[in-house]
Design a protein around this ligand. Structure first.
Ligand code: HPA
Ligand code: ZN
Length: 337
């Protein structure tokens, strides 16, 4: 048993929260095939290997095209349950004690699937995850930013009867040309429901979009945010305010935000005091769940034990749970020192 193996096992065993996970992005090719068969959906691939081979992306949009096409196999409440349960079992092996999962209702309602079919399936799996795996969770509903404000409002009215089962709202899909400010009014309406607010910003888009997410949408976390680095004043502000950034390193490399992990700015941001967390984004498409993101980043950026503890602690403290629950997790984390 080498020191490397011990270090890896220690990292995977640390209690951690995953705060940036699109549940549709945890659809593994095997399950895609199984669900296609179950629902008699024709896939444009001949084999699971052909699906994997297709996962070569030039940018965010080239990924989104495949991701939305893949989601077409998800039809029934059982499908959403199976999808979410498989994620939770996988997350458990990586030390995840708490998951805040995104879902994209419009990807499904746009093809005639009822909002309730999606939400009920996910919620049932999360409930089972709490009782059988000890993973607590929250659901965050995302608006697709390539669609209109009007369509976001329509989705909000479908969500309203279920407001108490939804912890927050996010903003995802094609970032460039779709600034956060387009969704100011619908985010205000979500805030009035008592929901938490987050948004993808500064993944491919400029630092100005991060500023809009903060100042116009009034978000509590920035999803990605890595492109803030070209604005030193913004970086200082993020550090001072301890604004959580849900960073997704393997995603950033797969979508060519950085040429490789060694060039990733995660360590630089951490050293500047930013509240950085590690997450998997769309693990079935990007080559690894949250544990693999930790391991590869630690290796590529030479992170030490204190860096890893800081990242795990940031994830727990940036979650949308009570102060008391966070304190309990942090105490447990400290026993791993
Ligand atoms: N960015 C924007 N939208 C998304 C992503 C992402 O990384 N993953 C799933 N939807
Ligand atoms: Zn994302």
């Amino acid at each position: 048993m080498s020191n490397d193996d011990d270090f890896s096992r220690w990292i995977l065993g640390l209690p951690k929260a995953e705060l940036h996970l699109h549940i549709e992005g945890s659809l593994e090719p095997d399950m895609m095939f199984a669900l296609a068969q179950r629902n008699q959906v024709k896939l444009p691939y001949d084999s699971v290997e052909a699906v994997r081979a297709a996962y070569q992306f030039e940018d965010l949009q080239s990924f989104l095209d495949l991701y939305y096409a893949g989601a077409d196999v998800l039809r029934t409440e059982q499908d959403f349950f199976d999808l979410c349960w498989a994620y939770l079992v996988r997350a458990k092996a990586d030390g995840v004690v708490h998951a805040e999962i995104f879902f994209d209702p419009q990807t499904h309602t746009g093809r005639g699937i009822r909002f309730e079919t999606v939400l009920d399936g996910l919620a049932a799996a999360l409930k089972k995850g709490e009782t059988e795996l000890g993973i607590s969770s929250r659901i965050i509903m995302c608006f697709l930013r390539h669609l209109s404000e009007d369509e976001a409002f329509k989705t909000l009215s479908q969500a309203r009867p279920h407001a108490s089962r939804i912890a927050g709202v996010g903003l995802d899909s094609s970032e460039k040309g779709n600034p956060p400010s387009n969704f100011a009014r619908v985010f205000d309406a979500c805030a009035a429901l008592g929901w938490h607010l987050v948004a993808h910003a500064g993944e491919e888009g400029p630092p100005e979009y991060v500023l809009e997410a903060l100042d116009v949408l009034k978000v509590e976390r920035i999803d990605h945010g890595v492109r803030s680095e070209s604005d030193p004043a913004l970086m200082q502000r993020l550090a001072r305010s301890r604004m959580p950034l849900t960073v997704c390193p393997l995603s950033n490399v797969k979508l060519r935000v950085f040429p490789d992990l060694a060039s990733h700015n995660l360590k630089r941001m951490l050293d500047l005091g930013l509240n950085v967390t590690i997450n998997s984004d769309d693990p079935a498409y990007f080559g690894g769940y949250v544990g693999e993101n930790y391991l590869q980043v630690v290796h590529a950026l030479n992170l030490g034990r204190d860096d890893v503890l800081r990242l795990a602690r940031n994830s727990l403290e940036s979650s949308f749970v009570s102060r008391e629950v966070k304190a309990g997790w942090v105490k447990e984390l400290q026993q791993h020192r």
